[in-house]
Design a protein around this ligand. Sequence first.
Ligand code: MTE
Ligand code: MO
Length: 378
Amino acid sequence: MKLRVSPPVFGGRLHDARTATSIGRWLGVCFLVCFATGLVSHVMQHPPDLLANRLPSRPVRGYRLTQGLHVAFGIGAIPLLLAKLWTVYPRLFEWPAVRSVRHALERLSVAVLVAGAVFEPVSGLLNTVQWYPWPFSFVPVHYAVAWLVAGALVLHLAVKAPEIGAHWHRRSPGTLALPARDGTDRRSLLAAVGAAVGAVTLTTVGQSFTPLKDLILFAPRDPDHGPQSLPVNRTAEAAGVGRIADEEYRLVVDGPRPYALTLDELRGLPQHDVELPIACVEGWSRSAHWTGVRIMDLLQRAGAPPHARVRVVALEQRGGYRVSEMGHTHAHDPLTLLALRLNGEELDPDHGYPARLIAPNRPGALQTKWVGRLEVLS
Ligand SMILES: Nc1nc2c(c(=O)[nH]1)N[C@H]1C(S)=C(S)[C@@H](COP(=O)(O)O)O[C@H]1N2
Ligand SMILES: [Mo]
């Protein structure tokens, strides 16, 4: 007996190339924005040696903007991706499954693209809620898969270029002789997808775009929530530092002329006021008013050469963000402070009491709290 497999048949215009192209264009924009802003974030956090001492400290809100866009476009890509996959899924049942070597390679590249394109926004979203249901570390894998998706996407666009070109513009009704109902169907689908993207964006983007903060429904962080109206990623308790006793605190500055300061001596130095945001890599950000001592003044007193890089070390015993490094552009920016006060009050222990770093155009993860030591690097 001969077994005949007959693939399911999909009619209707919701699964056709014009619909796939319409949704694909918007998805492409999201992926491009995420890739570009992701590269910026990667370089800011893990600069190659060549750039380690050259990262710009301006624009002041640069990282807040690029990372806000990264997370907003990543979240917006999710409904688009679902719609795109739904539009093209009948192709999974294509028959014969493999027609030629070329066809097999093309299908393989689409499999890689789909797997990577699903992995990126999903892993990113889970990271924003700090849920890591996987055994690998998020940042290097999210970064590596981004390159995989970029490569697979370029290949996909090249293979599909003729079809994309043919369906880029809506055809005039005469040329296709479609039943009118099909055009309406497609418009309804696109309107629904647009509404879904709008809804997820409006209910989450307030986590970094504070004018919309009252619309937050699903964002993992409310920018108003937390001591002194500023969110906290790692509390003093979680970091194992608790409330640091004033009389035991010393700031050690290690350089050509090393010295140490008590908290009172630190408070006695010239204080400066700045308005700077904390912009977490997870997408939330919030501007605040900081008061403290300029890092460049502290470094100058230690006899640091003008182009020296600096290592900032927390009093925390362990943790991924215990130590951060900074190039001379940030270290010598007059806005870069060892902050002692936040919004007119002493820092809350959760915000790094008694002293935390705050610098312009810098990822939140590198704004080290509970600073105990500055090391001038040669
Ligand atoms: N020492 C130390 N500093 C730290 C962290 C940390 O875990 N340890 N977390 C960082 C991260 S990820 C962010 S987003 C900001 C959050 O700052 P906030 O809690 O003061 O708002 O602090 C940064 N500074
Ligand atoms: Mo963060």
